[in-house]
Design a protein around this ligand. Structure first.
Ligand SMILES: Nc1ncnc2c1ncn2[C@@H]1O[C@H](COP(=O)(O)OP(=O)(O)OP(=O)(O)O)[C@@H](O)[C@H]1O
Length: 378
């Protein structure tokens, strides 16, 4: 704690706490949850600001929903604290019940009340006069594009429309925090993209701090300002989507966002030798293995000219020859699989548009040096 001394009227020095107060809407500190002897959440810390969307991203079973449930107050942590707007709501000796936390919740199985109209569903958690409630219901239904549906019942709406009503209902009491657990996973792809974008702009407008739980990297990158990547109960990397994609902490983090190619090599004098030339492996002991990781779109391809490949460059290093095994067009791009001549390993390149060379065509491949990651093998 930083303190400052001030002389009081009677000459005694007073001490004032000058520790900066956190401006975070939601702060989670050292959260731990143990089930039957197993820590499913381990030392999770997060800080969310107003108007900011944080994606809590990770594979199934890594502890995302448990973290969310503890924040919502429907589960209890084994250790750690939850703070909302500068007030501790869960911590040693403190437990504020869910209904007093001022949190909006939206889940995949959002369960609108079937016997209530759309308007009454949205008004359900609202306090205030009849007119105030009505105004808020109409404002939100207009925002989600369902102003005309106020008297309809949930079974008369499509899945996407129901989801929008659920969003309006969750936002109606102006929660300072919005927790969303895979809220769009029940929708088909095309519908989902539209609703995600719409939901995002409404959430931003409303100024809530949003924690979005998802196992889909694309959803997290599309919606979140920041991503907390979770694995086996822990946050392994936290930052802007761009940074997680372009500077992953390890092979698993890289592979979570897209397919990756892995080229392995053994270290000798902080260098490793591969078919694509040398790579630096600073600080890695001699004799240990490193994985050079590269996404398919960062492979370069050139044609074979009588068995001779392009000259090495600083950007691409050495070119290596491979034979096409398979090529598929998948929409915006083509995926071409090669078997490398040097060691028989398989690499996949993604090429924009249509590129479908025949099997066994020899081609030269290089990798973008500025786009590959070198990780010591664990
Ligand atoms: N009440 C409980 N009792 C025992 N184990 C539990 C309980 N709730 C969750 N778990 C276990 O904790 C781990 C984390 O579960 P959690 O639901 O938080 O994961 P998740 O990342 O949200 O997964 P998904 O994406 O599949 O929902 C899982 O192994 C789960 O089986």
């Amino acid at each position: 704690m930083e303190t400052i001394g001030i002389a009081s009227g009677d000459g005694k020095a007073l001490k004032m706490d000058m520790t900066p107060q956190s401006t975070a809407r939601l702060e989670v500190r050292g959260l731990k949850r143990n089930f039957g002897g197993l820590d499913v959440v381990r030392d999770v810390s997060l800080s969310l600001q107003a108007g900011q969307v944080t994606g809590l991203l990770g594979p199934s079973g890594c502890g995302k929903s448990t973290t969310l449930r503890i924040i919502a107050g429907v589960d209890h942590q084994t250790e750690g604290e939850v703070w909302i707007d500068g007030q501790m709501v869960a911590g040693p000796g403190v437990f504020v019940p869910p209904e007093k936390r001022h949190i909006g919740l939206m889940f995949q199985d959002f369960a609108l009340f079937p016997h209530l109209s759309v308007g009454d569903n949205v008004a359900f958690g609202l306090s205030g006069t009849r007119t105030e409630k009505r105004q808020r219901v109409y404002t939100l239904l207009d925002k989600v594009g369902l102003g005309k549906f106020v008297d309809k019942f949930p079974h008369e709406l499509s899945g996407g429309e129901q989801q929008r009503v659920a969003l309006a209902r969750a936002l109606a009491p102006k929660p300072s925090i919005m927790l969303m657990d895979e809220p769009f996973s029940g929708l088909d792809n095309r519908l989902r993209d539209g609703i995600r974008d719409e939901a995002l702009s409404i959430l931003k407008e409303e100024g809530a701090a949003v924690l979005l739980v998802t196992h889909e990297p694309e959803e997290a990158m599309r919606m979140a300002d920041e991503i907390a990547l979770m694995r086996a109960g822990q946050i392994v990397q936290h930052g802007a989507p761009y940074n997680l994609y372009n500077a992953p902490v390890d092979l698993q983090a890289a592979a979570f966002f897209s397919d990756v190619n892995v080229i392995s090599g053994v270290v000798d004098g902080a260098l490793t030798q591969t078919a694509f030339g040398q790579f630096l492996a600073p600080g890695v002991p001699d004799g240990s293995t490193v994985d050079i990781v590269i996404r398919p779109q960062h492979l370069k391809i050139d044609f074979d000219r009588g068995g001779v490949g392009p000259s090495p460059t600083l950007d691409h290093g050495v070119w290596a020859r491979g034979l096409v095994k398979r090529a598929r067009f998948i929409g915006k791009e083509s995926l071409v699989e090669f078997q490398m001549e040097r060691d028989g390993s398989i690499l996949t390149a993604s090429v924009p548009s249509v590129f479908l060379p025949k099997p066994d065509t020899p081609l030269w491949i290089a990798i973008r040096r500025d786009r590959c990651f070198v990780f010591p093998r664990r």
